[in-house]
Design a protein around this ligand. Structure first.
Ligand code: PXP
Length: 245
């Protein structure tokens, strides 16, 4: 069985740069290092408020990144226009609130069914793979299939941030059953948010998961060990977890 793909999210390299308004550290450089260290995908989130990744980063990475480029974005006309012009390999539609520290909760595919179905069709017609970032909720999984997505990325935040082992076990069970349901519907299953070098073992062992998108923990470790080592350590942790799909 093939190994689970590692998507490295380089947003927080851009966070450091934006903090001081310098030209460094450059997330484009981080993406190149991640690729050299074995990343299977580069993931970036162009937020409406441009707090980390900038339009320039998306444009340059589209030209330089050799592995698939996954653009996370809100369901807005501006973002759909950028995606149609830039043509990332994958677009992951995410909810976005300006005041949040990071993406909180999954997309409400049921509540925004028409807008998400329209965005999915327009992006897919342009040859872009469309992934929906959702909570491990059976109704959201079913709705994702109905609106025409080919991939879902399950939000692992509630599992990763669970305050007690009992709550973590319950969240892991929700993820497991969402994986089974999605696979049964023919959806490709990805997962992400809050994954670190410890909890990755449980996430990588979930059934049918083909890809993990991981950012914050890798960028934090890179401060001490360097970017390539931080990426290869995560790939190794996934391998040790027996992560195959
Ligand atoms: N996947 C999605 C859809 C996200 O929004 C994020 C955060 O930007 C991630 C993965 C990566 O999360 P983290 O930085 O916690 O690893």
């Amino acid at each position: 069985m093939p190994a689970i793909r590692l998507g490295v999210n380089v947003d927080h390299v851009a966070t450091l740069r934006q903090q001081r308004g310098t030209a460094y550290p450059d997330p484009v450089f981080a993406a190149a290092l991640a690729e050299q260290a074995g990343a299977d995908q580069i993931t970036i989130h162009l937020r409406e408020d441009r707090r980390h990744i900038q339009d320039r980063d998306v444009a340059v990475m589209r030209q330089t990144v050799q592995v698939p480029l996954n653009l996370e974005m809100a369901v807005t006309e501006e973002m759909i226009g950028i995606a149609l012009r830039t043509r990332p390999d994958t677009v992951t539609l995410v909810p976005e609130k300006r005041e949040e520290r990071t993406t909180e909760g999954g997309l409400d595919v049921i509540g925004r069914r028409q807008a998400i179905a329209d965005a999915t069709r327009r992006l897919a017609d342009a040859g872009i793979v469309v992934s929906l970032f959702i909570d491990p909720d059976p109704a959201q999984v079913a709705a994702s299939h109905e609106v025409g997505a080919s991939v879902i990325e399950l939000h692992t935040g509630d599992f990763c941030d669970a305050p007690t082992p009992a709550i973590a076990a319950g969240e892991l069970e929700k993820l497991r059953s969402a994986c089974e349901q999605a696979h049964g519907l023919g959806l490709v299953v990805a997962a992400g948010h809050g994954i670190d070098y410890r909890n990755v073992a449980d996430v990588a062992a979930l059934p049918h998961v083909e890809e993990l998108n991981i950012g914050h923990s890798i960028v934090c470790r890179a401060v001490f060990v360097g970017f390539e080592r931080a990426v290869s350590d995560m790939a190794e942790a996934m391998r040790l977890a027996g992560g195959t799909r």
